[in-house]
Design a protein around this ligand. Structure first.
Ligand code: GUN
Ligand code: ZN
Length: 438
């Protein structure tokens, strides 16, 4: 087994960085080394030390002066929405009815699903993202296409077919029984196969009948180790309609609570307009609120109060995500640039170390997979992104005045996109250059 020895400026987080000077929250090596064998990082540290552990045959790749970070993680994205992104002029419910549901009907065709799954993971990797929590369409074949493509690339991805049985066109509806049966079959076939992980995925309360919500709860009880993902409190009209559909509920979160869908593996997209009671319920259950800034801005949904959610007596676990195709970019750098602005509109700041913590270790913790990905620690999977802060003329010029790592990270976030991603390793294999080479 030949191993690979990467050299570059390595940065990996140990915990949430309280301030820009909270140096013990991260590990940074100006001349760092990562020894990779069998898809894992087997040694990490100063290059001189790591090199001693590498055998004669190790393939050496010198990425200096670029940064080596853990591959980015996107905690909420819709792979069937690649041809929905950039659809003009609607708020959430109209956007779903006008653009999204009609587009997702096309995934009844398995061949279409396979094509989009391939192009989606190409795009994801090109942007430096090595793990996503993905929604597939309602069609079982779309999830099969996604997992097959993900498995072939040896990516650690979390995904599930959406369960939806009402308030949408016939072509994107299942039934409580078929949604349950298809989910069971997909779990049996894909969960735990290589790096694949299944997420039970009731789309949101509006598109599931009470019978289907019961089925989703049953699936969570039967598979307590699995993720559950859905949408919560994104838009005022959505919240009002949910109240009409579940008249007994105290609030939107109560609907999911009632069916047993809250928990440590539960990912709730958006969570913009939560009451204190709802935030307490999410916190008490260890559920995760997923911040989707480009989507929340694009659909005019609202401003996620990131810092207040972190600081409250009962803090929320938070993930960050593109939410393509409501979101407008595949890049987690672009996502955190918009996230920074949303947080600024709430009168707060997110420092660059906090941003990069969020899209690496933070999202790994949100997905409960920090033992596998999200850091450069020894024994974890070798999912790595190589970042070039001089990727464009404007970045190069701005870098002339950059003096600190914090400034460089902030420049990458503010001006960077897929062009700043020089290479991506998935389970130790160079994936971006392979793709370009065809
Ligand atoms: N709520 C239910 N489905 C969706 C979706 O596809 N995108 C977004 N942004 N919100 C949703
Ligand atoms: Zn979404």
């Amino acid at each position: 087994m030949t191993s690979t020895l990467l050299r570059g400026r390595t940065l990996s987080f140990v915990r949430w960085p309280q301030t820009i000077d909270d140096h013990s929250a991260w590990r940074y090596e100006e001349d760092g080394g990562l020894l990779i064998s069998d898809g894992r990082i087997v040694a990490a540290g100063a290059y001189a030390d790591v090199e001693k552990q590498a055998g004669e045959t190790a393939k050496k790749i010198d990425h200096r002066p670029h940064l080596l970070l853990p591959g980015f993680i996107d905690a909420h994205v819709h792979f069937p929405q690649m041809q929905v992104i950039a659809s003009y002029g609607a708020e959430l419910l109209d956007w779903l009815n006008t653009y999204t549901f009609p587009e997702e009907t096309k995934f009844a065709n398995a061949q279409h699903g396979r094509r989009i799954a391939r192009l989606f993971l190409d795009e994801t990797v090109r942007h430096g993202t090595t793990t996503v929590a993905a929604y597939c369409s309602v069609h079982k074949a779309s999830a099969e296409a996604f997992f097959a493509e993900s498995h072939a690339r040896d990516m650690l991805n979390v995904a599930g077919k959406v369960m939806m049985d009402r308030n949408a066109p016939e072509g994107v509806l299942d039934t409580p029984q078929s949604g349950y049966d298809d989910t069971k079959a997909l779990i049996a076939e894909w969960h735990g196969k290589g790096r694949q992980r299944y997420a039970i995925t009731p789309r949101f309360a509006i598109t599931s009948s009470p019978e289907q919500m019961e089925m989703a709860g049953a699936l969570c009880r039967e598979h307590p180790d699995l993720h559950m993902q859905t949408h919560l409190s994104e838009n005022h009209a959505e919240i009002a309609f949910t109240g009409e559909l579940y008249p007994w509920s105290r609030d939107y979160t109560d609907v999911y609570e009632h069916y047993g869908l809250l928990g440590k593996k539960s990912l709730f997209g958006h969570c913009i307009h939560l009451s204190e009671r709802e935030a307490d319920a999410l916190s008490d259950s260890g559920s995760v609120a997923v911040f989707c800034p480009t989507s929340n801005l694009f659909l005019g949904s609202g401003l996620f109060d990131y810092q207040r959610f972190r600081r409250r007596d009962k803090p929320l676990r938070i993930g960050a995500a593109t939410d393509v195709g409501g979101g407008t970019n595949y890049s987690m750098l672009r996502t955190m640039d918009e996230g920074y602005k949303v947080i600024a509109l709430n009168g707060e700041k997110l420092n660059p170390f906090q941003s990069f913590w969020q899209i690496t270790r933070g999202n790994a913790e949100a997905l409960s997979v920090a033992d596998k990905i999200g850091t450069l620690e020894e024994g974890t999977d070798a999912d790595i992104v190589v970042l070039d802060a001089r990727a464009t003329p404007a970045m190069r010029l701005r870098m002339e005045t950059v003096e600190t790592l914090a400034q460089e990270l902030f420049l990458l976030q503010t001006l960077g996109d897929d062009r700043a991603v020089r290479e991506v390793y998935v389970a130790g294999r160079a994936a971006k250059s392979d793709m370009i080479a065809g």
